[in-house]
Design a protein around this ligand. Sequence first.
Ligand code: SAH
Ligand code: SF4
Ligand code: F3S
Length: 473
Amino acid sequence: MAQIISEKEIKVQRDFLYKLKEYTANFCAENGRPPFAHTETYGCQQNENDTERIRGILEEAGYEFTDTADNAELVIYNTCAVRENAEQKVFGRIGILKHIKESRRDMTIALCGCMVQQEHITKKIREVHPQVDLIFGTHALYKLPELLYRTLTEKGAVVDIENSDGKIAEDIPVKRDSDSSAWVSVMYGCNNFCTYCIVPYVRGRERSREPEKIMDEVRALAKSGCTEISLLGQNVNSYGKDLDTDIDFAELLRMVNGIDGVERIRFMTSHPKDLSDRLIDAMAECGKVCRQLHLPFQAGSDKVLADMNRRYTKEQYLSKIEKIKARIPDISLSTDVIVGFPTETNEDFEETLDVLRRVRFDHIFSFIYSRREGTPAARMEFVLSDEQIHKNFNRLLEVQNEIAKQNNEKYVGKIEKVLVEGESKTDKAVLSGRTDTSKIVNFRGGYELIGKYVDVKITEAHTWSLNGELAEK
Ligand code: SAH
Ligand code: SF4
Ligand code: F3S
């Protein structure tokens, strides 16, 4: 059973937070402004959620936030280790910071997250990038007040990548960007050990938060006006297995569904092998649970699935999809796909395309396999050349783009309820929001609509988004 980090340990951190407040107050007295902090997040929603907690701690400590590293006293990169390019990006960034820091000695550089939870990476950073002042892993996030205070007051780098597996830190301050949508972690870690994946090594074993803690967080969010809740975990269907309770993920969904003020509930990620009928029933029966499911299949060939240690076959996956479609006919499905797993042949890859054509996902996240040191797949020999893998990857995109566009065309002429998220990235006069099925909709409207639900008539379909206009009331 997951242990909650003790009151005593949390109090130690509160005391350090107090010391940090004194530090930032002194800074303010000397400089006429508070110190600036800049954070950047790589990787998945879990990391985004961690950054929100980092920002919560920094805000309480008296930092203000800035959008660029150039004028920040404190720069924190929350890193991802899932693929090599995620790591490379961070190495590039700390290289750039080195030059900035040469003329800005007072700058503090911190790295945290999944990448630095790997010893060989931390060793390399310490050897090659002495400009990094603080390194803390995914298990040490709650200790940030202490670690940051020590970094600011002691000589030399501070490193904490200890693995405190099994522990959960509750009641850490959170600073969220959006007032209307929030991520809420329900569990941490993963026990699945898919052979390509680094996550179980850097995030540790599965541990669930107590249902009451989750409910308290969602109730508080709803009270503050937040209406869309996304429940997070690497494998949410395992929720509760490590707790002394009968509450499983299906039950948790029903509980959250009962909270006043919540209008939309999303969740990710589900592992196909654990997707239960109970969960499908809960999804179908809970009015606030969105008609959307992210169900990664990774590969279509049974041989590759076995080599990946996914513990389901193509047919088992497809039959779960059939069940879901039968129960929730207009459900929007998305998935993750890996192309170029070491043992994947061209015939195996055809099976992946076959799954795409049969399921007709609305959206896929596709990745070229990336070798992760320390995982079983890292020792497997490649059967396909790099060139062939890239060719297959491009074919996958072609097939999927066509399907996505056709799926989107079905929306044209319909009126959809959209939660307005903000201005569109490309045109500030245009608002952008999401349907219940997680489709991005762009339409003209005033920014006072941000955070609200509006009816939008869909006028045009693209591969990645829909265009529309506000529907007459
Ligand atoms: N727990 C989630 C997501 C984990 S990481 C799940 O199981 O679905 C997100 C995605 O990254 C995975 O679904 C997988 O498609 C991809 N991924 C993980 N390791 C990878 C690797 N070594 N190379 C390429 N893609 C990888
Ligand atoms: Fe990685 Fe597999 Fe766990 Fe997902 S289920 S985090 S892919 S090991
Ligand atoms: Fe990356 Fe860690 Fe998420 S490795 S994908 S940030 S759990």
